[in-house]
Design a protein around this ligand. Structure first.
Ligand code: GLP
Length: 241
């Protein structure tokens, strides 16, 4: 089931996304919350920080599990997702550091780290709410278009398209890590509820593919059509092109 919320712009998307997540945290203070990086959720995270500062939100019992992390990458790298999450959210709210989880980009054995991350999530029983952005090629997390997709958390190679799209954050495309640790399609689909955010014309093709009644591993986000409770908040530019 896909619930569509089409808004005017990025600002309204951020507000709708923040309202959605904050209402879930109010209903269940110990929410298991799957988080995403990228430029899309930054405005929403800012509003969540604002809500905390105004005393409208309490994150002290929330437990977060991020979708993905580059691999290998040092935690101290300015482009690591752990650093991104601290800078854009965790450092500004009252979530205990030990309640926040990301795949470890510094792990010696990536496959073992992937297995351990999946096991940790299985142990808590999967996410109550999973936040997603979407790649221009329809990837979710770092589940890239392919003939086959992985069910569980795994190490994956990034496509050229994704390396190019993410190069804007790095000194040059050569500096973008070529691999990542990511929750699998199954890890994501086991969330009780999914919130996908998208804004901007460059996401239109990926969003368009979510409108019909077909699924394909060539556009991983289409598999979300098989999930019973997905809300897509997107702006007009992403919806209409
Ligand atoms: C990145 C991340 C995804 C993110 C997507 C879109 O590569 N791995 O989790 O949703 O690409 O990023 P952005 O929001 O910057 O467009």
């Amino acid at each position: 089931m896909m619930n569509w919320i089409v808004v005017n712009d990025e600002k309204e998307m951020a507000k709708a996304g923040a309202d959605f997540l904050l209402s879930r945290i109010i209903n269940k203070p110990e929410l298991l919350l799957g988080l995403a990086t990228g430029s899309t959720p930054v405005g929403m995270y800012r509003l969540m920080i604002e809500a905390y500062r105004k005393g409208e939100a309490d994150f002290s019992r929330v437990r977060t599990y991020n979708l993905d992390e580059y691999y290998p990458i040092l935690k101290s790298d300015v482009n690591s997702y752990v650093r991104f999450m601290r800078k854009n959210l965790f450092d500004h709210i009252n979530i205990p550091r030990e309640n926040t989880h990301l795949p470890n980009g510094e792990a010696k054995d990536g496959e073992a780290e992937a297995k351990a991350y999946e096991a940790m999530i299985a142990e808590v029983g999967y996410m109550d709410v999973q936040l997603l952005g979407i790649g221009q090629n329809g990837h979710i997390g770092f589940n890239e278009p392919d003939d086959k997709l992985c069910v569980n958390t795994h190490v994956t190679a990034l496509t050229e398209n994704t390396v190019a799209a993410n190069a804007r954050f790095f000194d040059s495309p050569d500096c973008v890590p070529k691999h990542a640790l990511t929750m699998g399609i199954g890890t994501i689909m086991k969330a009780k509820e999914i919130l996908l955010l998208a804004n901007g014309k460059n996401k239109h093709a990926a969003i368009e593919a979510l409108k019909d009644d077909t699924v394909t591993t060539a556009i991983p986000a289409t598999l979300l059509k098989l999930h019973p409770n997905v809300t897509i908040v997107c702006d007009k530019a992403a919806f209409e092109g």
